[in-house]
Structure formats: C-alpha cells, structure tokens
Design a protein around this ligand. Structure first.
Ligand code: ZN
Length: 386
C-alpha cells in the first residue's frame, strides 16, 4: 500500500482521527482504484466526494459533451464548460479539488467490446448510467470479472441504490442486478430522465450514497448495501429498504450461468429492430419543411409528446395524440395520407409508429428524425429545445 505524504496527513486529518479509517484506512483509499461510468447527475457527486476523500485513482468513462440542460444537476460541470467534453471538465474539477488524485479518463461509449478491458484494472465499478443497456452491460462485466458494482438510479423524485456482486462472507458474493431485474422493461415503457424529468437534487443524494458505499468497500469495513436495495422518495422524504436475495437461477451469477461473455445489450434491451421488421421511414426537419411548403395537404403531423412538452411549442399543422393513446386512437389516422410522427428527439415517435404498425395500421407512417429539437434548431426557433 502507498504511504501518505506530510501534505496528505494534514489534508485527511479528519479521516485520520476516525478510528474506523485512521492512517491504515487512508492508505487503503489512496491505493484504491475506482471507475465511474458516466460523469452526469450521479457521477458528479461520486467524483467530487471520492476525490476529496483521497481515493488514489479515479477512472472516468464518458463520451458526451456538456449541454446546458445538464447543469441543473451535473455539478461537476459549469456554465463555461458547455460544449466541452464531460471528461475534460470532470478532470479539471477533480484536480482542482484534490491534486493528489490520479485521473484516468476514457472518452468512449462503453460497449461489449471495451468494457472488460477498461474494468479489469479497477477495484470497484460505480454505475452512474442512465439507460438499461449500459446498466446490464456494467452488471455483467462486473460479475464476469468478480468486481463489486455500486449501483444507483434515479427518475423524477425517486432513486435506488445498492451494492451488487460484492463479497458478503468469505468467498461468497451477494446478489447482482440481474438477480433483482432479470430482464429490462419493454423499450419505451419507462421514460428516461430527459423525457420524464428529474429533481436536480436527487442524483446528488443517490450519488453521495454511492460514494459512501465505495469508501466502505475500499476500507473493507462497515456495512454496505450488499443484499439490500435502498429506495428513496425525495418528494415524501422517505427511505425504504428491501432485502435482496441472490437468485440461484440468475443467468449470470447463478449456479449454472447461461451468460458467460458480454452480449449485445442494445438487442437484449429491444433497442434494435428485429430482422423480420421493416425499417421505419424517416424524414429530416428540412425535408418536412419543404413538404409543408409545397404540398401541405398531403401530410398530417402527429405530435405524440406529453402535454407539458407540447407547451414548449409545436410544429405547424400538427395535432397532439399522446404516446399512450396512439394505438387506441388508430381509427383517427387516415390510411391514404402520410402521417409524420414527432416527439422530442425521434425515439418515442419511432416506437409509436412501430406500435401502430403492430396494431395492423397499413397507411404510410414517417418519423421526424431528431424530433422537435431538430425542427427548433434548423427551422423555427420559436419552438423550444429542451
Ligand atoms: Zn445475479
């Protein structure tokens, strides 16, 4: 284990006087290697507190750039960082808090091809992702490599946290994410934070819990959330706890695992079209504008967003049919006319088209590529980007 310098003895003095940490514990933290997947809402407080606490090496994985809509909760990044790679502003902020921390950055989208290689040199993986495909990938890679997975997730006012696949007694690992959720929900059923919103403080609270658990794992002491799922409701200010059991039939950590290597997680989460499905036709904002200028009668625009999103501005000549009502109201669509479906970024509208086709609608359905955000950026700035 690495020794502490004189400067570090001063910096960490409030840890050193805790008998549960002490010099030995602080040396463990300094020798620790923790990998953060994502430097967003959850990754921000995790990075800030682990850096301040003196974790020796922080790995950060992100491919995104800082967007204005991130700043409401992603406190690693500031206003002047807009359009910078998150990995760059995260590194600056971590080094500002604690120059003794060694930052290893991976500016890449985590996938089945790189996950094991990136994970293998770290002691603990912290899941700060916002989508199911990456969450299953992180879980599976942790199980395959035998590393603990500090899990957190957030939506609107509710959050969850646990510690998966960590040693609960000598040589025995606790449950993993798949023991709790063997399969993801159908695509489109659970909205993402960008669709459903999130209270800005919530990832701060859940991320701090993840940082807290990571520190105990590095210290090898205290009671972690292994085998327990913590549920938090920020609106009612209630914490609840569920006991988690390891599933003996778990497809990856059970007695007879069927997943023995990383799989295609986009496909597993139903995000790729099946081979027998015809591709969905799409149109760009510029093409749609031209169509509306030249042959407005040939096309009807169906806006499937929720009422609070509609309030951000609509495309001309469009009609609101919320996503949840599309199939039920299929008789309102005329087979002889082209319907262009729109949502914020073109993901839910494509799912609505798929659902309508599955329900037997045979007319021409076209998806607006990149949604109302593209329309707002390229055609009409009276519609809000959000
Ligand atoms: Zn499992």
């Amino acid at each position: 284990m690495q020794e502490l310098t004189k400067e570090e003895l001063t910096r960490y003095s409030r840890h050193l006087i805790l008998p549960e940490v002490g010099i030995e514990g602080q040396r463990r933290l300094k020798s620790g290697r923790v990998l953060l997947i994502g430097t967003g809402g959850l990754g921000s407080p995790v990075a800030l507190y682990l850096a301040a606490a003196g974790v020796g090496t922080l790995g950060i994985v992100d491919f995104d750039v800082v967007d204005e809509t991130n700043l409401q909760r992603q406190i690693l990044h500031g206003t002047r960082d807009i359009l910078r790679p998150k990995i760059a502003s995260a590194r600056d902020r971590i080094e500002e808090i604690n120059p003794h921390v060694n930052v290893e950055s991976f500016e890449t989208r985590l996938d089945s091809g790189n996950a094991l290689k990136i994970f293998k040199d770290f002691d603990i993986i912290i899941d700060g992702t916002d989508n199911y495909a990456t969450r299953y990938l992180v879980n599976d890679a942790c199980v395959l490599l035998g590393k603990p997975n500090v899990y957190g997730s957030i939506f609107r006012f509710e959050g969850q946290a646990s510690v998966f696949h960590s040693e609960v007694s000598h040589g025995v690992k606790g449950p993993c994410y798949r023991c709790l959720y063997p399969a993801p929900p159908p695509p489109g059923l659970v909205p993402t934070c960008s669709e459903g919103g999130v209270l800005g403080v919530l990832p701060g609270i859940i991320g701090c819990i993840q940082a807290n658990e990571a520190i105990k794992l590095l210290l090898g002491d205290g009671e972690t959330l292994a085998g327990r799922l913590l549920l938090f409701d920020s609106w009612k200010m209630k914490f609840r706890e569920l006991k988690l059991r390891k599933d003996p039939h778990c497809p990856i950590c059970g007695a007879h695992p069927v997943i023995t290597e990383l799989i295609d997680y986009e496909e597993f989460c139903g995000l790729k079209p099946h081979a027998d499905e015809e591709p969905i036709e799409s149109i760009t904002a510029a093409e749609l504008k031209q169509l509306l200028d030249t042959a407005p009668e040939s096309v009807r625009i169906v806006d499937i967003r929720e009422p609070h999103e509609i309030a951000m501005g609509m495309l001309p000549r469009s009609r609101a049919v919320p996503f949840g009502q599309v199939v039920r109201r299929k008789n309102e669509f005329t087979p002889g006319i082209t319907h262009v479906f729109v949502c914020k970024i073109g993901v839910r509208s494509a799912l609505a088209i798929r659902a309508l086709k599955d329900a037997g609608f045979t007319g021409r359905l076209v998806n607006l590529k990149d949604g109302t955000n593209a329309w707002a950026q390229e055609i009409d700035d009276s519609v809000a980007v959000y």
